[in-house]
Design a protein around this ligand. Structure first.
Ligand code: C2E
Ligand code: MG
Ligand code: MG
Ligand code: MG
Length: 292
């Protein structure tokens, strides 16, 4: 394969290219095939209630099962997919798969959970996007209350009014809207007011090192309090330790997500978690915080 690429692209492919650059180069070439041959798969990471540690949601995260490189992280291909336009097809595949899977879990008799799907601003601005979401709900039979779309604030500045209009249309379908990576974008506070999202997800960078890092702790406390006042649900992402989890419980952050509870896992493994209903028994036993 390397030989073949070398032969066909001899002018642009330098033999001195390092492994990283070589990988990037081949990924660009392979993305079309990935889309056609369903190499993009979905893994799920649980979101737990901070009151009970029961699983109340799942974030769907894309992975690329590459025949040569193995599992590739979205950090390595989403930007590429956005640049090449494949983000529309990939995004549609992920949305459909996540809704199908969530409906399946409901049909299997588990208590319903919300599935969250990441949406690139480029997808959101596509004229057919809202229709597509509606079609996916219709074709899978998933009730809109069990779907949430996660959207980051970055790049909103440019298309603000258009983005807000789209989000209003989506909301009128009955699905939830979450602002992802909250606090890292440009205009976090004004979007809380303009968008009235159902959920904000506090970015992992603020969750790290709490409660030891005083600045992070103050920021997280302030965001949780603000969100509560505005009636917006708060999710902490990137919760890795027991200390972080119990501190966030004490602050009455509504939902927790992170490696402490579970890494993102394939649907069949997620089903085993659903059977238990609760995430990380160790965590549940150690939990000393009083429910709100
Ligand atoms: P995100 O939406 O903020 O997703 C959270 C990321 O943090 C995920 O990385 C997840 O695996 C990781 N994570 C969760 N808990 C922990 C933790 O405790 N510690 C650490 N260190 N990391 C944690 P992942 O799966 O690599 O996804 C990266 C980003 O790629 C996502 O960030 C999202 O912006 C984007 N992405 C993933 N799937 C899709 C997709 O289907 N469509 C679009 N447009 N973007 C996607
Ligand atoms: Mg997300
Ligand atoms: Mg996030
Ligand atoms: Mg993030």
């Amino acid at each position: 394969r390397a030989k073949e690429i070398g032969k066909n692209n001899i002018e642009i492919f330098s033999p001195t290219m390092n492994v990283g650059a070589y990988k990037k180069f081949t990924l660009q070439n392979d993305l079309r095939k990935a889309v056609q041959e369903n190499e993009i798969v979905v893994v799920y990471q649980p979101k737990v209630s901070s009151e009970t540690y029961t699983i109340i949601g799942a974030e769907a995260l894309a992975r690329w099962k590459h025949p040569q490189w193995g599992m590739i992280s979205p950090m390595e291909f989403i930007l590429l997919a956005e640049k090449t336009g494949f983000i529309h097809t990939i995004g549609n595949q992920v949305l459909l798969e996540a809704c199908k899977q969530n409906k399946k879990w409901q049909e299997e008799g588990f208590p319903p959970i919300k599935v969250s799907v990441n949406i690139s601003p480029i997808q959101l601005l596509h004229p057919d996007f809202v229709n597509h979401v509606e079609n996916v709900l219709f074709s899978t039979g998933l009730s809109p209350q069990w779907l949430e779309l996660e959207i980051t604030e970055t790049a909103w500045l440019k298309n603000e009014s258009e983005m807000i209009a789209k989000i209003e249309q989506l909301r009128s379908l009955g699905i939830g809207i979450a602002i992802d990576d909250y606090g890292t974008g440009y205009s976090s506070l004004s979007y809380l007011k303009k968008l009235r999202p159902d959920t904000v997800k506090i970015d992992r960078s603020f969750i790290q090192e709490i409660p030891n890092d005083l600045e992070n702790t103050e920021i997280v406390t302030a965001v949780i309090n603000l969100a509560k006042k505005l009636n917006v649900k708060v999710v902490a992402e990137g919760v890795e330790t027991k200390e972080q989890a119990s501190y966030l419980c004490n602050l009455h952050c509504n939902e927790l997500q992170g490696y402490y509870f579970s890494k993102p896992i394939p649907a069949d493994e997620f089903k085993l978690l659903l059977k238990k209903g609760i995430c990380s028994p160790e965590a549940a036993l150690q939990k000393t915080v009083k429910p709100v």
